[in-house]
Design a protein around this ligand. Structure first.
Ligand code: CP
Ligand code: NVA
Length: 323
């Protein structure tokens, strides 16, 4: 039977409509509560997730596998070098074969186009577990974390930030992304546009987010403000979010990158310019490069809440796509 037309993939955040995105966040919060209360939520009983990895992972791998277990299903880890893909079997054949066995495939690959190939040939939902260009599952967890912390996206309860627009930022939650305009940043740009979060992206000029992503954000809602001055960009921010300067696969560019990112480190001095912000990082962090150890270990840091929320957000996503 031809079921391809109905298959929903999650290649980037905007594969969900605004209503669907909020529904996933609500469901994630419900799963989080269910898990805390020990309530049964085996919504994917008997279902199997294939997890294809061309790059390493701690959080994505463990949160997806654990999530499937908690939903009553099962997950299979498929390291690219452990399956025939590593010996040259085409991705399109891998995709069609996996579709005959599993109910959903989560994949982490280098080239974003390869995620699109997987989706084109799959008869089951394909979930992007990170490409060179996007990391939408991270964004789901980040939005859940921000919503939990601030009680919504519209205003900062109990803070003078709401109403105070002397720094030119809106009344809602304001987020500053600082560092590399990378995969995590690009999906966050889309997520903030959809949810109406006031986002500023500050990067060295060579490492800005792609123009196409900014244009897409403008179509979805508001495009982020983009700048190259870190101190100015964090002024008034409720959230300061960073990620590594050298992503997986960019090891050869390390020296050049470290030079260009000079001045972009999230440290106590930088944070003094913000509005008593919380600090986010998708992890893994390179302490002493993009962020200092004392900031990550401080009360301002909510990085492990973020990491935990990967689990809850992805369970909600899987249940939505697979059910
Ligand atoms: N944040 C994140 O995706 O971490 P892993 O690389 O450990 O999966
Ligand atoms: N930008 C980082 C994120 C890791 C989760 C990378 O791609 O390596």
């Amino acid at each position: 039977t031809d079921t391809t037309a109905e298959v929903r993939h999650f290649i980037d955040v905007d594969d969900l409509s605004r209503d669907e995105l909020f529904a996933v966040l609500d469901r994630a919060a419900a799963y989080k509560l269910a898990q805390q209360n020990g309530d049964d939520h085996a919504d994917l009983a008997g279902q199997t997730l294939g997890m294809l990895f061309q790059k390493p992972s701690t959080r994505t791998r463990v949160s997806f596998e654990t999530g499937m277990t908690q939903l009553g299903g099962h997950a299979i880890f498929l390291g690219a070098d452990d399956i025939q893909l590593g010996r040259g079997e085409p991705l399109k054949d891998t995709s069609r074969t996996l579709s005959r066995y599993v109910d959903c495939v989560m994949a982490r690959v280098f080239k974003h186009e390869n995620m699109e190939v997987l989706a084109e040939y799959a008869d089951v939902p394909i979930v992007n577990g990170l490409t060179d260009d996007a990391h939408p599952c991270q964004t789901l967890a980040d939005l859940l974390t921000i919503r939990e912390h601030f009680g919504g996206f519209d205003g900062v309860s109990g803070s003078e930030a709401s109403g105070g627009s002397s720094d030119g930022r809106s009344d809602g939650v304001s987020v500053t992304w600082i560092g590399d305009g990378n995969n995590v940043a690009q999906s966050l740009v889309l997520g903030c546009a959809i949810t109406g979060i006031d986002l500023t992206v500050v990067t060295p000029p060579e490492h800005a987010v792609d123009d196409a992503v900014v244009e897409r954000a403008a179509e979805l809602g508001e495009a982020p403000e983009t700048t190259t001055d870190p101190l100015e960009a964090v002024a008034g921010a409720n959230v300061v979010y960073t990620d590594v300067w050298v992503s997986m696969g960019q090891e050869d560019e390390r020296d050049t990158r470290l030079r260009r990112f000079d001045g972009f480190q999230v440290n106590e001095t930088l944070l003094e310019a913000a509005d008593d912000p919380v600090v986010m990082h998708c992890l893994p962090a390179h302490r002493g490069e993009e962020i200092t150890d004392d900031v990550i270990e401080s009360d301002q840091s909510i990085v492990f809440e973020q990491a935990e929320n990967r689990l809850h957000a992805q369970k909600a996503l899987l249940a939505t796509l697979v059910e």
